[in-house]
Design a protein around this ligand. Structure first.
Ligand code: NAD
Length: 476
């Protein structure tokens, strides 16, 4: 298709696409193949590792000014290309094209922030008498291997490559094979701006083979992954074999605490928009709505009304508000969880079904009064479903919010400033939005606690996560 690019591996600056096993890429709005993607051989991965080793020696020697200029130029190219990158993301992943363009522009913003950080990587000198000096230096950790998921084909990849490149590391990234074009376009923009081909590389293939191969090599000094908790634990164990430093951005099960003094209309407009963004396939998606009893009916009915009004369609159409889910696992998994919730006595107040038999569409869905032993109360649904349950008050809401092993994003709505302070300290999460829906910004650390992972991306922390300290004790 003309609006979907040709796909290849990018190893040592070379685009490789022939004589390799091919993987089909599907359009989730039709379920049909739109392109094929070459799979890296073991030899390709060895070549990439060797490039990463030599690329690291070269890139760490560049000045902060030079790295900053190149990363800024790449950010500019990503902005210039955002329409075409966004269209490719929609074709491979399904989200409305406006969201896909927004995701691409956000990648440029993040890269611009990282570019600025190149010049803010300070060490320190400890206080000592004359004749002695103790210097704490920060150095890039070394070649990084990044593995990312399909829900944000570009942003997940930018989070894997921006921090390492700013820190002076080389990076091999494996975007999702289901959504390769978004990430590949970012790597290409970096090359076009002057990042050497051996400093930033992209590979694809059988995910477990690639991670085993790359993490089995002592060349790789850091691993970073976005995806499910199960795969994150597996990769952490692999990385432990070579003691590679690790950043894990895993799943969540976002609680939303709505108190009786909240601005209910604002909470409804903000949270319903958030819930159905990217068909709910967002790690920070609001999922368990815990609503104080005296405002429960108003909130529930308002949410149902908004869910029913969401316009679902092909993401390429301008008026689409929610596209298909990204892959066949999406509606299949959601249907199983909704059936289980029904069996446990949950009420289905909106949606609940797939849409049509073409592509991976699912209705925006609202479940209410869902018992906590239903699977959907415990496992991340990763789809367009909101669970709205009445709660007796603060203590029960906090207990439920913290009940699960996840701790990524949480949301709370209340006008009471004392309560807001308690919430900020008592909710177990990496990020909390109070009276709003935003939990990420280019300069703000992004990451979770408990089974949602460890290590941070974005902000200054996204760069320091790719650095190690060395203390030099010097005597005159
Ligand atoms: P997954 O963890 O199996 O896959 C996510 C990504 O990891 C994919 O791109 C996949 O290619 C890659 N991957 C899988 N196994 C790998 C391995 N051994 N080595 C290297 N990379 C590997 O998740 P999924 O089946 O696509 O989705 C299942 C659940 O994962 C979702 O329902 C959701 O809960 C969670 N998820 C979370 C995020 C997030 O943003 N944190 C993103 C996608 C999926």
């Amino acid at each position: 298709m003309s609006d979907y690019p040709a796909l290849h591996l990018l190893i040592g600056g070379e685009a490789i696409s022939s004589d390799r096993e091919m993987i089909e890429v599907l359009d989730p709005s039709t379920g049909e193949a739109i392109a094929s993607l070459p799979s890296a051989t073991a030899g390709d991965l060895d070549t990439a590792l060797e490039h990463a080793r030599t690329g690291f020696a070269k890139w760490r020697a560049t000045s902060a000014d030079e790295r900053e200029a190149i990363l800024r130029k790449a950010a500019g190219l990503i902005r210039e290309r955002s329409q075409q990158i966004g269209a490719a993301i929609t074709r491979e992943q399904g989200k409305p094209v406006k969201e896909a363009i927004g995701e691409t522009v956000y990648c440029a913003m993040l890269l611009e922030f990282y570019a600025g950080e190149c010049k803010r990587l300070y060490g320190k000198t400890l206080v000592r008498p004359d004749g002695q000096r103790v210097e704490v230096r920060h150095e890039p950790v070394g070649p990084v291997a990044g593995f990312s998921a399909w829900n944000f084909p570009a942003l997940n990849v930018m989070r894997k490559i921006g921090g390492p490149l700013a820190a002076g590391c080389s990076v091999i990234v494996k975007p999702s094979e289901e959504t390769p074009a978004g990430g590949l376009a970012l790597v290409q923009a970096l090359h076009d701006a002057g990042v050497p081909g051996d400093v930033c590389q992209a590979v694809f293939g059988v995910p477990s083979d690639i991670s085993e191969h790359l993490l089995g090599s002592p060349v790789i000094r850091k691993m970073t992954f976005t995806g499910s908790t199960a795969v994150g634990k597996h990769l952490a164990a692999l990385a432990a074999q070579n003691l590679q430093r690790t950043t894990l951005e895993l799943g969540g099960h976002g609680p939303v605490l709505v108190f009786n003094d909240a601005d209910i209309d604002k909470a409804l407009d903000t949270m319903a928009g958030n819930k159905f963004r990217n068909a709910g396939q967002v790690c920070v998606s609001p999922t368990r709505f815990l609503v104080e009893e005296d405002v429960f009916e108003r909130f529930r009915d308002g949410f149902v009304e908004r869910a029913k009004a969401v316009k679902v369609g092909n993401g390429m159409e301008a008026d689409t508000q929610m596209g298909p889910m990204a892959n066949a696992r999406g509606p299949d998994g959601l249907q199983a969880k909704i059936a289980d919730a029904r069996e446990h006595g949950a009420k289905v107040l909106a949606g609940g079904e797939r849409i049509g038999n073409q592509g991976f569409f699912h209705q925006p869905t609202v479940l209410s009064e869902v018992p906590i032993d239903a699977a959907i109360m415990n496992e991340e649904p990763f789809g367009p479903v909101a669970i709205i349950n009445p709660m007796p008050g603060y203590d029960a809401m906090i207990e439920e919010a913290n009940r699960l092993p996840y701790g990524l994003a949480a949301y709370a709505w209340t006008q009471d400033s004392k309560r807001r302070m308690r919430l900020a300290s008592e909710i177990e999460a990496g990020m909390i939005a109070i009276n709003g829906g935003t939990v990420s910004a280019a300069d703000a650390p992004f990451g979770g606690v408990k089974w949602s992972g460890y290590g941070l991306e974005d902000g200054a922390d996204g760069v320091t996560a790719c650095m190690v300290s060395k203390t030099v004790h010097e005597t005159a």
